[in-house]
Design a protein around this ligand. Structure first.
Ligand SMILES: NC(=O)c1ccc[n+]([C@@H]2O[C@H](COP(=O)([O-])OP(=O)(O)OC[C@H]3O[C@@H](n4cnc5c(N)ncnc54)[C@H](O)[C@@H]3O)[C@@H](O)[C@H]2O)c1
Length: 538
């Protein structure tokens, strides 16, 4: 069957959201994708080497265009021949200079609209932001599309984004171009340039131990793949010329508002840092932020690049901003493909078990793991016969459980639903992605090793492999036993004595480095010169 491929252009296609959209479009298989971005040429990251993008590039289903949105003729070259344009423009590379930002955001949007008209593009979908209705002061509870743009903005970027969004929506249905805008709220996920890096930096500097304000304010977060999915839903809906979509904007979230402090805590725990505990008064933080901004405007050259604007920190930490996605659900058929709750619930449950917060579940898990350990390693059977016996036992138990009446002597027997044994498609895709990612990293390391020039890498790989082989061949049973015990105590102990353990680790690192230096300095001369042999092309 011949598939009729359509052509689209993703402006900002190498950014955080743009990349996710490009991957999704290519996976779908019925698009020729033009990636337009500001870099001179396309440089694939190593994890993209065997991705749908690299395959599509070699099959001419994807191509790259260097564009600056301030330059219309470059835009026309990239857009020409496309029926759909996704405009996912920049948040980075901003200066504090109003004129720079204005030309990039507002003039950029005008150029994109004009280029689309000249190239007879059918649909323009703009990735806006939920911040266009937020004035930086007042909470928004379950806000919907009836909200007007904020009449006064706390920050310049949201102000300019609102202007750009209005231009795109105003351009609807002129010269055959249909437009719409999506307003995702607080996008996060792999490759995130704002939220996760901000939290990580705070954690590294120790600031993340503080909760700003009461910690009770709620925000909506949106997983990046859900934004990409929503953009594609909008394209589909716009394609069927639905009056309720063209010229409209839609809020996009994960549909699961959470307390910002909880969201941060979960990321921190996942990274092995302590949950925030100390509360800072909101007023104090607002004063400090205003002071920092004032000092910055008075002293900085205007070229400072924020990884996350200060107003965003205040908004996330102090204000409630939640949005209703009813319109997006109804008119563009959006519903999240990745659920925050599933991921976060899973993360919380695991953290609670490992940190002995949920003692009953932790003890049950520990007992189950210990029994499995005994079953496989101390029963005297082979591994395969242990696994077969265990399967038989589980099948028997489930069958027995299935034929039990729903009520025995007044005690109701809970039923396990069949879905408890199913693996969701998303989990499956994520696991496959992780395996592919690990495999590609391994292949990358092997490639580097095969070139035989990086001795550092050689020792980094060879020494752990040697010890692994030693452990597996002689002490496997003991190593797994220690592993099980450590899994249920290490995180708990670390949480209690974080600073002391960090201190010891630092001392150990320094000592190891010094010892390595000493060994290297005392190596026989021929070996030293061999290890430091310059590369041929140097
Ligand atoms: N990241 C979030 O949390 C978030 C949340 C809501 C809305 N948004 C909106 O989504 C959009 C994209 O966000 P992102 O996080 O993917 O941004 P990003 O900065 O990761 O990506 C933007 C891309 O645009 C490119 N670019 C920069 N200057 C350009 C120019 N002059 N011409 C052409 N391309 C240029 C960059 O190289 C980059 O690849 C932004 O407009 C932002 O307001 C982001």
């Amino acid at each position: 069957m011949v598939i009729d491929l359509r052509t689209c252009t993703v402006i900002g296609g190498r950014g955080f959201i743009g990349r996710s959209l490009v991957q999704r479009l290519l996976k779908l298989g019925d698009w020729i994708v033009r990636i337009a971005d500001s870099d001179d040429s396309l440089r694939l990251d190593h994890w993209e080497e065997n991705s749908p993008l690299s395959e599509a590039l070699s099959a001419n289903r994807a191509s790259y265009f260097h564009v600056d949105v301030r330059n219309k003729s470059q835009l026309i070259k990239a857009i020409e021949g496309s029926s759909v344009v996704f405009y996912v423009e920049t948040t980075t590379s901003f200066t504090d200079d109003f004129y720079d930002c204005y030309t990039l955001i507002v003039k950029g949007a005008k150029n994109v609209i004009n280029a689309c008209r000249e190239c007879k593009v059918k649909q323009l979908i703009y990735n806006s932001t939920a911040d266009v209705v937020f004035d930086g002061l007042h909470d928004i509870h379950n806000g919907d599309e009836s909200l007007l743009y904020a009449w006064k903005f706390k920050d310049m970027l949201s102000d300019l984004k609102a202007q750009a969004e209005a231009l795109v929506l105003f351009a609807n249905d002129v010269d055959g171009l249909l437009t719409c805008a999506l307003r995702p709220s607080n996008v996060f996920g792999p490759g995130d340039t704002e939220i996760i890096p901000f939290v990580v930096n705070q954690a590294k500097s120790g600031w993340a131990k503080l909760i700003i304000g009461s910690g009770e304010n709620i925000s909506d977060f949106t997983y990046v793949e859900n934004v990409a999915h929503a953009l594609m839903c909008a394209e589909k809906a716009l394609g069927s010329r639905m009056v309720s979509v063209s010229g409209k904007a839609f809020f996009i979230t994960n549909l699961e508002p959470v307390k910002f402090s909880e969201f941060v805590s979960l990321i921190l725990e996942d990274l092995g840092y302590q949950r925030p505990m100390v509360k800072l008064p909101a007023r104090l933080v607002k004063c400090v932020v205003s002071l920092v901004k004032w000092v910055h405007t008075k002293t900085a050259s205007g070229k400072l690049n924020h990884s996350i604007p200060l107003h965003n920190v205040v908004k996330l930490a102090l204000c409630t901003s939640t949005f209703s996605c009813s319109a997006a659900k109804k008119h563009i058929g959006y519903s999240p493909v990745v659920s925050l709750e599933n991921d976060l619930d899973h993360m919380v449950a695991v953290a609670d078990i490992l940190l002995w917060r949920d003692e009953k579940t932790t003890f049950a898990c520990f007992l189950a793991v210990a029994l499995l350990y005994h079953w496989f390693f101390f029963s005297g059977r082979t591994f395969i016969s242990s696994a077969a016996k265990l399967l038989l036992l589980v099948t028997g138990a489930l069958t027995g459980y299935g034929i039990l009446p729903s009520n025995i002597f007044g005690f109701s027997i809970p039923r396990i639903s069949a879905s408890s044994f199913e693996i969701s498609e998303v989990d499956m895709t994520n696991s496959a992605k992780t395996i592919v990612h690990m495999w590609n990293r391994g292949a990358h390391v092997i490639k580097a090793l095969a070139q035989g020039e990086d001795w550092n890498l050689f020792f980094q790989v060879a020494v752990p492999l040697y010890f692994l082989e030693l452990i597996v061949s002689r002490y496997l049973t003991a190593a797994i036993g220690v592993g099980v015990a450590l899994a249920f105590s290490m995180f708990f102990v670390y949480q209690q004595y974080e600073e002391e353990i960090d201190g010891i680790a630092k001392v150990l690192m320094i000592t190891t480095k010094e010892a390595m230096g000493l060994v290297m300095n005392n190596l026989p001369a021929p070996l030293t010169s061999f290890l430091h042999k310059p590369k041929e092309d140097e």
